[in-house]
Design a protein around this ligand. Structure first.
Ligand SMILES: [Zn+2]
Length: 204
């Protein structure tokens, strides 16, 4: 099987509980510590086998890391790992998973090769919001419920609010509207992209 590592928890003696985002499910597995194991980390895509054990958690074995062309690019890898970590709290309650998430990440891996990593992640995140029916293109303020038609702030999940209704980073209304509708970051400057990424890090 293949999956993306979205959570790692160290348990006794450096053993690990590893949560993987796979095509149809999230898999929680147990990995015994051992010097001969290949290195694993948040965000890695791995090929693996599961072995049933007496405990409720299967053992992770035969792990092969499936590298990305940009895996040695620290800037890209760091942003990717911060993004991948957010999937665990977002999806951990779900038993079955739509294949959407796995393929969204597959596509993002190839986009990051060609594009600025933050822009690629933000554009991918809009697809996630849209898929989950949470992309608010009506621009009604979450706090006062009055329509927004000038510069705005955003809270977790890219929910638009009036800049007067909350103290936060202020964004250009027209640019954000265009970004939400086209899902292209081309007209956003680097500063706006960084500020949007900060909002994204609050949680999916
Ligand atoms: Zn408001």
């Amino acid at each position: 099987m293949q999956g993306y590592i979205i959570d790692l928890k160290v348990v006794k003696d450096d053993d690990l509980i590893v949560t993987l985002l796979c095509e149809n499910e999230l898999i929680t597995s147990y990995r015994f510590y051992g010097a001969r194991h290949s290195n694993i980390n948040i965000g890695y895509k791995i090929d693996f086998e599961l072995e049933k054990t007496k405990s409720s958690i299967p053992r992770l074995k035969d792990v092969i890391q499936l590298g990305f062309p940009w895996i040695l690019n620290n800037q890209k890898m760091y942003a990717w790992q911060r993004y991948l970590k957010l999937f665990y709290p977002h999806l951990k309650e779900l038993e079955d998973l739509e294949p959407f998430y796995f393929f969204l990440l597959d596509n993002l891996v190839s986009k990051i090769e060609k594009q600025n990593v933050l822009r690629a992640i933000l554009e991918s995140y809009l697809l996630l919001l849209d898929h989950e029916g949470r992309l608010h293109t009506d621009f009604e303020c979450l706090i006062c419920e009055i329509k927004i038609n000038s510069n705005l702030s955003m809270i977790r999940g890219f929910l638009p609010v009036h800049k007067e209704c909350i103290r936060g980073k202020v964004f250009d209304y027209k640019k954000i509207k265009e970004f939400f509708l086209t899902k292209k970051s081309i007209n956003l400057n680097d500063n706006e992209v960084e500020n949007l990424f900060e909002v994204l890090l609050l949680g999916l």
